[in-house]
Structures are given as C-alpha cells and as structure tokens.
Write a protein of this length. Sequence first.
Length: 95
Amino acid sequence: MLYSLMNSPFQCDFTSLLRLTGEGDALLLLQDGVVAALQGSIALDKLLATPAALYVLQEDVEARGLVGQISPKIVSVSYTDFVALTIKHPQQVAW
C-alpha cells in the first residue's frame, strides 16, 4: 500500500495514519506533508518508528524552502520516482 501525506502532520490525524502502515508499505510525504520529515521534530520520530519505507517529494521540499532541513533518513524522490511508487503499489490511500 502507498500512503501519501499531503497535509501538515499538525493538521491531520497523523497518529492514525502511522498506525495503518505496515511492513512492505510506503509512505510518501508531499505538499505540506514534507514538514513531517524535518530534522529534530516529533513527527519525524514517529515516522521513523513505522515499518513503512519513507519518501519525501524533493520538489515540494524545495518549494517550501526546506532544503537542508529534511532528515537524511527519509529518501528524497522526484516526480518520476513518485510515478514508480504508484506503479509498485497499486493500492493507495491519500491522507
């Protein structure tokens, strides 16, 4: 399953989303969801505790001026990589 977080983790039920993730799942942070990957944040700590593979859309990181502030533990992907994730995970949930 591919989960995509498009909202700030502070403006949604972030904990419930993370509870849904399992081994073999992927979680892509995009739009305002990229703030969940900020180094030193509580949201990042929660993300890193999930079994899902974690990704952040590089273009949205750049658009928000957060380059250099995103944890290196989250894999940065392009739109092309995003498409590859959607092909790999035909079942998807947008959050």
